[in-house]
Design a protein around this ligand. Structure first.
Ligand SMILES: [Zn+2]
Length: 473
């Protein structure tokens, strides 16, 4: 059961969002032209510029705005008080972007937004400046007077790991307290099918160094009885998977993904898997991507082929990235990986493991009156197509941070992306038709939550907390 939304009100919001799209798009293009790459080696005055531009957009909608910085990149906080008795919603997006890459492969300049075939191309045109503009569009659709309280939080360092987010939430979290939180930085299932992201995998990243000698020696004189570190490292890395390519580390959790139709063909096409190359692991494709662990070696330091000499390498290292199940405890997973690595290091080689990064996954309860409202808003915006619950195999540290800081709030992970968005890659783009639906869904969501009875809001708060603690009903 959801709140009643009169058909004429729904039609009015739909029309209003349609009228607003040209100006929303202009503002999105202006944001996209700012190369706000948060990575250290890029000009950080551009990240300041994009924070100021976002602050201006929010101020123009009548919000109380401040730009905050707690040792990292600038974040923007905007607030609009709730009408009497209405719930408050916090809306999240980020204004920083990934580097454009080496510039190769882009069909138009990364920071010059360009439309082709109904898609707007540009770095950040989707991830996540379209998320910022979806929030602004929802406010505009309500002419700056939404029926709920609204807090907007636009982060400036999501693409480099949200290092100061914990401090920001500690010092400013009281300004973001809400009954529901919309985190618009994920993806929809397909063009024409909206999605709520209800699980995310966590992550452990380690640097493994293997040593066998205290200096390099002639490979002809000593090769034979003396093992080199690179071979020891390669054997150690090979032990992380069984012959089918499944993860061989014992003691890790793994669950089943929701039943959605996802074919080998679609996976091959979306990932660019070469003809004849097999998929690895066992279980449904989606459980392998969303709810089971995976391990990837993402880098190796060893002598390069061009400069290699005939010597036994004394020491070599690799960076290993492990994705863990949404409900896995990162510390337990790290211990399991550590145990595996020390047990499988061959020939008594010395091993050093450095924990480079870790992050918890996320699993939403996703039930209760507030989730009913968000699903109804999506269904209306997509003209009758219900949203599907999806997982995402990647890790989004801020989702776990928000879930921990606001255990009482219902958390909706939404987004503007689709399978062709290529966030982080060359030719990142936004599907403009779907973007309008995202904006409308958010405007409808504010309308629906504003019509909820306070009693229902309170009830749904208790429901959204069931995963994290005992239910107190
Ligand atoms: Zn993003």
């Amino acid at each position: 059961m959801t709140t009643k939304l009169p058909a004429d009100r729904r039609a009015a919001l739909t029309r209003r969002v349609g009228e607003l799209m040209p100006e929303v798009r202009r503002d999105l293009e202006a944001l996209t032209r700012i190369p706000s790459v948060s990575l250290d080696s890029f000009d950080q005055t551009q990240v300041d510029r994009s924070a100021d531009a976002v602050a201006d957009l929010l101020r123009a909608e009548g919000l109380d705005v401040e730009v905050v910085r707690e040792g990292g990149r600038p974040a923007v906080i905007g607030r609009l008080a709730a009408p009497d008795g209405a719930p408050t919603i916090t809306l999240y997006a980020h204004h920083d972007v990934q580097p454009p890459g080496d510039g190769l492969g882009w069909e138009s300049a990364p920071f010059e937004p360009t439309e082709r075939d109904g898609r707007l191309y540009g770095r950040g045109a989707a991830d996540d400046k379209a998320g910022v503009m979806a929030h602004v569009a929802a406010l505009r659709a309500h002419d700056g007077r939404p029926p709920t309280g609204v807090n907007i939080f636009v982060e400036g360092e999501e693409e480099i790991g949200s290092d100061s987010l914990a401090t920001i939430l500690e010092r400013h979290g009281h300004k973001l307290r809400a009954d529901a939180i919309v985190l618009a930085d994920s993806t929809n299932w397909d063009i024409g099918t909206p999605a709520l992201t209800t699980t995310l995998r966590g992550m452990i990243r380690v640097v493994v160094t293997v040593s066998t000698l205290d200096h390099s020696v002639h490979s002809g004189m000593f090769g034979g009885p003396v093992p080199d570190a690179l071979m020891a490292l390669v054997r150690l890395l090979a032990s992380l998977h069984d012959d089918d390519g499944g993860v061989a580390v014992q003691g890790l959790r793994g669950g089943e993904a929701a039943e959605l139709d996802y074919s080998q063909e679609r996976l091959r096409q979306e990932s660019g898997l070469l003809d004849g190359v097999q998929t690895i692991g066992t279980g449904s494709l989606l459980s392998r991507q969303w709810t089971r662990p995976s391990i990837t070696t993402i880098g190796i330091d060893a002598p390069s082929v061009d400069t290699a000499s005939n010597t036994l390498v004394p020491s070599a290292r690799a960076k290993v990235s492990m994705r863990i199940a949404p409900d896995e405890d990162p510390h337990t997973a790290y211990q399991a990986l550590l145990n595996h690595l020390s047990r499988h290091t061959p020939w008594g080689a010395k091993i050093d493991v450095h924990l480079d990064d870790e992050g918890a996954g996320f699993q939403a309860d996703a039930q209760g009156p507030m989730y009913d409202e968000v699903r109804a808003a999506f269904e209306d915006a997509w003209e009758g197509t219900k949203p599907v619950d999806i997982g995402v195999g990647g890790s989004i540290p801020f989702v776990a941070a928000f879930a921990e800081q606001f255990p009482q709030a219902a958390i909706f992970v939404t987004g503007v992306e689709d399978p062709d968005t290529r966030a982080h890659g060359a030719n990142e783009s936004l599907h403009l038709g779907e973007f309008e639906r995202v904006c409308l869904a958010e405007a409808l969501l504010l309308e629906r939550l504003g019509r909820m009875k306070p009693r229902k809001v309170l009830h749904s708060q208790a429901r959204s907390d069931t995963l994290r603690g005992p239910r107190d009903e």
